[in-house]
Write a protein that binds this ligand. Sequence first.
Ligand SMILES: [Zn+2]
Length: 277
Amino acid sequence: MRRSTRDRPPEWARAWRELVATARRTVTDGLVVGTSGNVSVRVGDTVLVTPSGVPYDELGPDDLCAVGLDGRQVAGRTVPTSELPMHLAVYRATGAAAIVHTHAVHATAVSTLVDELPAVHYMAAALGGPVRVAPYATYGSEELAAHALAALRDRSGCLLRNHGTLVYGGSLGRAYDDTAQLEWMCRVWLAAAAVPGRTPALLPSGELDRVAEKLRGYGQRARAAEATTAEAITETAAETITETAAEEAAEDPGVPGPPTRRTRPTGPGGVTPSSWT
Ligand SMILES: [Zn+2]
């Protein structure tokens, strides 16, 4: 039976607001066009999910769409996203609290070229290691859900061939930030691979596993327990840049010293993911 607006748990309203804000961000940040892509968040045994075919800027509190883990709709009049089978498969098989699916342009381009995103940058460690490409299957199908789940083994993100990205996380913010990071890495590889006569250097085998391990240790020592790995990575990167600049300045007085304020990296299209602001 579907719940009326009045007997919905109060935490649904907050989760829905956050979900709509995240979905809108995928459009404004250029990760999807129009109504493509979809976002979901788990609240207990219920999954709130973007409806099918409704522009995100038109979504309001009354458009809340909730399903159980078995796929039965428990609240809302809107039809859930056509990619519901993929979202539910991930929730049933992992500890995901939120999922972001996009048709980001560089990630989708890479999905047509390789079976795994080449290890051009250690940020792939934030997704658990080298990012796999799930074989193609028709959108919304159980077959695509199964392919995606296989590609996500020991990972929190993957590419979907000729389709886009799929990333889950412990929060909507984390799933979004890792999606932006994945798109950025795909952009880096495409840019480097496009230089005529040159082949991009890749990280040594096993390096991503080492970085993932290092990041776990870093997070425990230096930050509160709730800090995300993405934040830890960003801090590590910023410190490395600052330290390197300081060393260079010490060695060569002609090199300007480190900036007094840390410069944060940005995501695709100059976007600064939420945990970096
Ligand atoms: Zn899609």
